[in-house]
Design a protein around this ligand. Structure first.
Ligand code: GRF
Length: 196
């Protein structure tokens, strides 16, 4: 295994609680990995503050209003290359991934989504499941392709919707499940023998 093979990049546009779960799992040694860089398309993302607090390098690559998705993504590839990431983990990164990144990191980009895919892809997944009164929802880790939450499913956690749930209590339980599932799945991808 090459020295960089457990080196990951995390992409986040917002709060970064899943980034925090990955950082914590590395610190408590349940995840054998190194975060080389946290990249955001938003200069005020709280995820950047979390990274800086833990002395993790950050990159901000905002999309210019006149720029195409592919042009923005090509700039991301260029900025990311020096960090030699073997895996890119999207954690609340609110953009479709363009072709230049998919081509530069084939089968090496994963995402976390707050539903049991293929149910409720896209935005507001928790709200839509709650409004539909389905009996369960959950979270999914999947490989990223050019579609919206359409790549191969790698892992899922089911979360029942309880009769006394509010949107807030359900959201909190899904996030709790995400914070367990994401580090565990990254560990299995990077360390398949020790995690089995
Ligand atoms: C998570 O619910 C994740 O599934 C979705 O975006 C949310 C990000 O939350 N893709 P956070 O920024 O990690 O707190």
């Amino acid at each position: 295994m090459s020295p960089t093979s457990k080196t990951i990049a995390v992409f986040a546009s917002g709060n970064g609680s899943n980034l925090q779960a990955i950082i914590d799992a590395i610190h408590n040694k349940t995840l054998d990995a190194k975060i080389a860089v946290v990249l955001s398309d938003q200069n005020n993302a709280y995820a950047l503050t979390r990274a800086t607090t833990h002395h993790i390098p950050t990159l901000i690559v905002q999309k210019h209003s006149t720029e195409t998705r592919d042009a923005h993504t090509a700039r991301i590839v260029e900025a990311l290359t020096p960090y030699s990431a073997s895996l890119i983990c999207l954690a609340g990164y609110m953009r479709i991934i363009g072709a230049p990144l998919l081509e530069a990191y084939p089968n090496r980009i994963i995402n976390i989504h707050p539903s049991l895919l293929p149910a409720y892809p896209g935005l507001h997944s928790i709200e839509r499941a709650f409004a539909d009164h389905v009996r369960e929802t959950g979270c999914t880790i999947h490989r990223v392709d050019s579609g919206m939450d359409t790549g191969t499913i790698l892992a899922q956690t089911r979360v029942p919707i309880l009769s006394n749930d509010t949107l807030d209590t359900l959201t909190a339980r899904i996030h709790d499940a995400e914070h367990v599932l994401y580090p565990a799945t990254i560990q299995k991808i990077l360390n398949p023998i020790s995690a089995s």
